[in-house]
Design a protein around this ligand. Structure first.
Ligand SMILES: [Zn+2]
Length: 202
C-alpha cells in the first residue's frame, strides 16, 4: 500500500524548510520526480489510480503538465481512454491551457483528472477553469496526495459553484504549508530561522 511513510523511506518525501512554487513554506517536501526513479513504486501508484478510476464514469483522462501528465498518461493507456493534458501559458502566468487539438476534443466530454501532489489546489483550480471554458465536465479527481485537504468545486459561468467534485487521495496524511508573508506566520522553519530551500534548485 502507498503511504507517506513509504515515500519518506524512499527519500521521495524529505523534511526540511522548503519553499513551494506558490511561495508558501512547508516542513516536508514531496520530490515527486523521484517516484519515477522507483519503478515498483511508480507502477503501484498507477495501478492504484486504475483501481480508483472505476468509481467514476468518464470519457477521457487528463493531468497537468509535466508531472501530473506523466502520472495520468499510463492510467489512460491501461484503461484505453483518450488522454489530454493542460500546460502553463507561455507568459508564465498561473493559468493553464489545452493546445488546440486537445481543446476541440474536450468539448462535451467528461474528464477524470489525475495529479500527483496537491497542496493548496491552486493549479488544479486552473485546470478546472480551463476544462469548463472548453465546454467539458469533470467527473472526479484522483491524487497521490491531497496534503492540505483541498476540496474542489465546479467552475460554472465564470465563478466557483457550490457543487463539489469528488476527490480521492492515495495518501490520507495531512501536511500544512504556511504563508510566510502573513503577520501570524506559524511556519516552524521561519520561527527557528532555518535556511529556506528551493527544492527545484537545492
Ligand atoms: Zn518558513
Amino acid at each position: 500500500l502507498i503511504s507517506a511513510e513509504i515515500l519518506r523511506k524512499k527519500g521521495v518525501v524529505v523534511k526540511n524548510h522548503f519553499m513551494l512554487t506558490t511561495g508558501r513554506h512547508t516542513m516536508e517536501y514531496v520530490f515527486k520526480e523521484k517516484i519515477l526513479l522507483e519503478p515498483t513504486l511508480f507502477s503501484e501508484i498507477i495501478l492504484n489510480f486504475v483501481k480508483l478510476s472505476r468509481k467514476f464514469s468518464f470519457d477521457m483522462i487528463t493531468g497537468p503538465a509535466q508531472l501530473g501528465a506523466i502520472f495520468a498518461s499510463p492510467v489512460a493507456f491501461l484503461l484505453i481512454k483518450p488522454f489530454v493534458f493542460p500546460e502553463k501559458t507561455q507568459s508564465g502566468k498561473k493559468e493553464m491551457y489545452f493546445r488546440k487539438s486537445f481543446a476541440d476534443a474536450i468539448h462535451g466530454k467528461k474528464l477524470l483528472i489525475i495529479d500527483d501532489n496537491i497542496t493548496t489546489g491552486s493549479s488544479i483550480n486552473q485546470v478546472l477553469i480551463a476544462i469548463s471554458q472548453l465546454g467539458g465536465d469533470v467527473a472526479g479527481i484522483l491524487a497521490l496526495w491531497n496534503r492540505e485537504n483541498y476540496q474542489p468545486k465546479k467552475w460554472k459561468n465564470g465563478s466557483w459553484s457550490e457543487e463539489k467534485i469528488p476527490l480521492f487521495s492515495l495518501i490520507g496524511e495531512k501536511i500544512p504549508s504556511y504563508d510566510s508573508r502573513d503577520n501570524n506566520n506559524h511556519c516552524p522553519g521561519c520561527m527557528e530561522k532555518l535556511r529556506l530551500i528551493d527544492p527545484k534548485k537545492g
